[in-house]
Design a protein around this ligand. Structure first.
Ligand code: NGQ
Ligand code: ZN
Length: 452
């Protein structure tokens, strides 16, 4: 790859907002950062640079049903009735449709400022629940969607075996997700192959939830991460907490913290319902709480105790989960807004007087997101990946803004993204992914045939 340089009027570096920043890029990395310098003749010039973020939790295929689960059912619509709608949607998806829908989701992620996605992937088998002759069929489709769009991929193959705590038999709606531990070893191998073919991709493992995995299976599955990330859904719904307590006498996060070696390799997705002692204990593990507040609001999950958790140096990442609405700023804003609505106060998550709430959330999600996806520390730094986002300085929301007010105006007031580079390659320009139209055509064809 050729060497190039990008020049920004202002950039958010680890040391803070800096003016006149020149980034030399080679082999997908930032090899040199110069500050307080003029642009060279060949440099591409932009106004404002911030680092790209990691999306810690996505189910790409669910993008195809976004907006289709907002009609009232016969009674008591909730997370579990939504899940039935979701199971019906995935029932007959073909590998080709999975790829087309996932690619569309990844285009939107890049346009929103995510440069890496953690794909929590459980749609392993065919519509009858039989493994494909190529066990890695759907993993390869996800890898293909990542490759086509250019987003960096952390693939998290999901182990799923039961419908509830205590090893309850899976339901027919879950047949495409199921594996024995032995089958899963082979599936991990196939997934590893799919990921190895991609630039800058990596692999972790995801026991789906304590509902879907027995303690014995959990013990067998986690070492398969081989040092990579371990992700699990936890404590998203109060019914899940009640069922876990009935089964084990402990709440899900409490159970995990006493029975699994939860440490910085782990990402507890949602972790919505925590007692004060679970909150304190989770912060001490240095694991990531993978917050997906847009989906959590959409599904009626509840509100994560972000104020208490962040005050105790708890680590967070953000994810788009169901992909009902894909937007970095919306996720960050929603973490704060949940707290404002709950506490009837403002600037809850900024820790000290004078601190910007947007900056605080952005920094937390930048560091936590990289950790959760098994990446080196995030941010615009020498040696780091050239994963960059430029904001549109011509948008009125940014007029007269400098420093952290830029982030606050993006996160809370609707400033827009201009360009996105992933590994130094420009993928988004004037807010549009360069392959947007072509990917949308394939998506349209796929979705029209799914909904036929
Ligand atoms: C999922 N999504 O795996 O897609 C889940 C629904 C479940 C969220 N939890 C299925 N948001 O948790 O059983
Ligand atoms: Zn999920």
């Amino acid at each position: 790859m050729y060497a190039m340089a990008l020049w920004f009027e202002t950039a958010l570096l680890p040391s803070g907002w800096t003016r006149n920043v020149r980034l030399s890029i080679s082999h997908r990395r930032i090899v040199k950062i110069e500050t307080g310098v003029d642009a060279a003749a060949d440099d591409e010039r932009h106004a404002i640079a911030i680092p790209g973020l990691c999306n810690v939790h996505s189910h790409g295929f669910q993008r195809g049903m976004a907006g289709l689960a907002e009609v009232r059912g016969p009674e008591g619509d909730n997370f579990w009735t939504w899940r039935e709608v979701m199971y019906r949607f995935l029932d007959k998806l073909t590998p080709e449709q999975i790829e087309a829908i996932t690619a569309q989701a990844y285009v939107e992620m890049l346009e929103a400022g995510f440069t890496r996605v953690g794909e929590f992937h459980y749609l392993h088998h065919d519509a009858a629940g039989q493994p494909y002759s190529n066990l890695g069929e759907t993993a390869e489709r996800i890898a293909a969607a990542a490759e086509r769009t250019g987003i960096a991929l952390t693939l998290l193959p999901v182990f799923y075996a039961h419908s509830n705590f205590g090893g309850a038999a899976a339901t027919s709606g879950q047949r495409r997700f199921l594996n024995t531990v032995d089958q899963f070893v082979a599936l991990m191998e196939a997934s590893r192959k799919a990921v190895l073919a991609l630039v800058d991709a990596n692999l972790g493992v995801a026991p789906h939830s304590l509902r879907a995995v027995t303690p014995c299976e959990l013990k067998a599955i986690t070492p398969m991460a081989r040092g990579g990330p371990i992700h699990i859904h936890a404590a998203e719904q109060t019914r899940e907490v009640d069922d876990c307590t009935a089964w084990s006498g402990q709440r899900p996060v409490e159970w995990l913290l006493t029975h699994a070696d939860v440490d910085e390799r782990w990402c507890l997705v949602h972790a919505t319902h925590l007692t004060a002692s679970e909150t304190a204990a989770l912060t001490k593990t240095r694991a990531i709480a993978g917050l997906c507040p847009v989906t959590e609001a959409n599904l009626g999950d509840g509100i994560f105790p972000a104020a208490e958790y962040l005050q105790q140096q708890g680590r967070i990442g953000v994810g788009t989960d169901s992909n009902v609405y894909i937007d970095v700023a919306a996720e960050l804003r929603s973490v704060e807004y949940g707290q404002r609505l709950k506490n009837r106060s403002r600037n809850v998550l900024a820790l000290s007087e004078g601190e910007s709430t947007g900056r605080r959330l952005f920094d937390a999600a930048l560091a936590g997101g990289a950790q959760a996806l098994g990446q080196p520390v995030g941010g615009i730094r020498e040696g780091g990946p050239a994963d960059l986002v430029s904001l549109d300085a011509h948008h009125p929301s940014l007029f007269g803004r400098a420093g952290d007010a830029i982030l606050d105006s993006w996160i809370f007031a609707g400033a827009r993204i201009d360009c996105v580079w992933r590994g130094g390659r420009k993928l988004v320009q004037q807010g549009k992914h360069l392959a947007r139209d072509e990917i949308a055509i394939r998506y349209r064809r796929a979705i029209e045939s799914v909904l036929e």
